[in-house]
Design a protein around this ligand. Structure first.
Ligand code: TYD
Length: 218
């Protein structure tokens, strides 16, 4: 399936995993990567913020500075995204490589827009500018009520009081409820491009559901 860009070969495919903290995105992203590669589809997995030297610096910086102003945070995520799109995602899609990304523009809408309350229209413009209009063919939302995500993190010893919890993991439940609302709204407004899955399901079932949706799109 072609992402919306003339330079991108038909056959290239861009999938994004989204969800609240602790929803199991990384596990599912790796599972999809493995499935694609086993079937001979060239594929790469990247993440946001990250995937480039700049992006990984932004990730480290945000993790270790909890006092960043929301607007500065938004611009940092956007800078990391612009770099990733230009240096990694577009070149891969142009070469016919399927790209899987752990978080993308929807994270900014959900976290900075719905969670932090920054202007949604402005975030849309910024997302558009950072991506040059590149949109995922499919966004998979691993949906989990924040209470369940919290219980999950507490079981893994990474709860909100844990010193390893990052800025958002430590945020109040209300913040995570708004983030979830933002995600569900995005998914509802574009059902053909979104797949919403119950993140409480067993990982193997989730991987199967993802594959059933992805296979016909390849
Ligand atoms: P990460 O370690 O990837 O969290 P997780 O493993 O739960 O996905 O950290 C990324 C954090 O950054 C996560 O809490 C969501 C947040 N984030 C935003 O707020 N806006 C964004 O645009 C992106 C890409 C991430």
């Amino acid at each position: 399936m072609a992402a919306r860009d003339e330079n991108i070969l038909p056959g290239s495919f861009f999938a994004v995993f989204e969800g609240g903290d602790g929803a199991g995105k990384s596990t599912q992203a790796r599972a999809l990567l493995g499935r694609l590669r086993r079937r001979g589809v060239p594929a790469l997995l990247t993440r946001e913020p990250g995937g480039t030297t700049l992006g990984e610096s932004v990730r480290r910086w945000l993790k270790s500075h909890r006092d960043t102003a929301p607007m500065a945070e938004l611009l940092l995520f956007s800078a990391a995204r612009a770099q990733l799109v230009q240096h990694v995602i577009r070149p891969a899609l142009s070469d016919g490589v399927a790209v899987i990304c752990d978080r993308f523009t929807a994270s900014t809408v959900a976290y900075q827009g719905w969670g932090r309350g920054l202007d949604l229209a402005w975030i849309d413009k910024l997302n558009q500018a950072a991506t040059g209009g590149l949109a995922p063919d499919l966004t998979i939302l691993l949906d989990l009520p924040p209470e369940a995500a919290l219980a999950r993190r507490a079981r893994s010893g990474d709860g909100p009081d844990d010193s390893r919890a990052d800025r958002f993991e430590a945020a109040p439940l209300e913040f995570h409820r708004k983030v979830r609302q933002g995600y569900l709204g995005l998914a509802a407004s574009s059902p053909r491009r979104w797949l919403v899955l119950d993140a409480a399901s067993p990982p193997q079932l989730l991987a199967r559901q993802v594959w059933e949706k992805v296979q016909p799109l390849l």
